[in-house]
Write a protein that binds this ligand. Structure first.
Ligand code: DQA
Length: 147
């Protein structure tokens, strides 16, 4: 059974109350529940994990080695700052899809660069919570095409 690690970075635990005009009103628990439903429908397994700490996210990427087949990640602000998370994804060599609720390219210039983009299969940005669900489908399709 395909297994996907879903990682959420800093401040995403506040979804629902955090700048709803930008990030929407869906909570992280609702996103995780929907991803769990999608996984069940597709015969896949997921583990969801959120942290506000860079090193903890790095550790979680490492722990995916030999356990999960791919990574769905919204690294949030660390997208734009973290060489460490980028290197962790590159090190474990697991296919990763980068997602963002907001369209980062329409926002401040500092959000236009992603350290993860060059080690991800692709990026989905701007569809609100749907970015996660589209990213999840894209990752599953990628993995099934690899078989
Ligand atoms: C985000 C975009 C990032 O720029 C921001 O720092 C976030 C959330 C998004 O999902 O739109 O925290 O990753």
């Amino acid at each position: 059974m395909v297994s996907i690690l879903v990682l959420h970075g800093p401040n995403l635990n506040l979804l629902g109350i955090r700048e709803p005009g930008i990030y929407g009103s869906v909570t992280l628990a609702e996103i995780d529940a929907r991803l769990n439903d999608l996984a069940e429908q597709q015969g896949a397994k997921i583990k969801t994990f959120q942290s506000n700490h860079e090193g903890v996210l790095v550790d979680e990427v490492h722990s995916a080695l030999g356990v999960h087949d791919g990574i769905l990640i919204n690294a949030a602000a660390y997208t734009h700052t973290s060489v460490a998370i980028r290197d962790a994804i590159s090190a474990v060599k697991l296919p990763a899809v980068e997602v963002h609720l907001s369209n980062v390219h329409q926002r401040e210039a500092f959000r236009h660069h992603s350290y993860l983009a060059s080690v991800a299969i692709g990026q989905i940005s701007g569809f609100g919570a749907q970015s996660y669900y589209l990213g999840f489908q894209a990752l599953l399709a990628y993995l099934s095409a690899q078989k």
